[in-house]
Design a protein around this ligand. Sequence first.
Ligand code: FE2
Ligand code: FE2
Length: 173
Amino acid sequence: MDAIISPKAIQTEFPECVGDLLTSDPVVQMSHYISHGKTTTLEHCCAVAYFSMRLSRTLHIQIDETSMLRGAFLHDFYLYDWHVPVSGRKLHGFSHPAAALRNARSHFSINRLEANVIEAHMWPLTLRSMPKCREAVVVCLVDKYCSFLETMGYRYRSKFMRYIPVRRGEVNG
Ligand SMILES: [Fe+2]
Ligand SMILES: [Fe+2]
């Protein structure tokens, strides 16, 4: 992926699209949980949003960028530590997209594209929840790319991450 998005673009365009999410207590709570490796779920969602923006701009894919970014920021909004087994909870890989969508709908107004981005991001694992729009296809692919990097121990911190104006880690709960 080239067409790197400048720090200034990140600092101005992200708040325009997802400003309410960047300052939301429930969204910031994702910094309490680990996604893969040493990456928090909040960092993972920031990375998926950033790389989805980069991929769609590099390939000139016609998308609703705001819906894609909002869906990407909320795609793992399940708010629990998936590494801790809880009796009665279904397998995380299969169930967390639906949990994330439930949480997203309970805190924000979610449109049709955003809902599909969230519920289909684990496809083909979630066989019947498949991407039905370009926004969901991009996020589904980028989520796998980011998850692989994180599992291999890659850290985003020194790159684009510091320019995303999201509150980090000062929320109780
Ligand atoms: Fe996920
Ligand atoms: Fe994810």
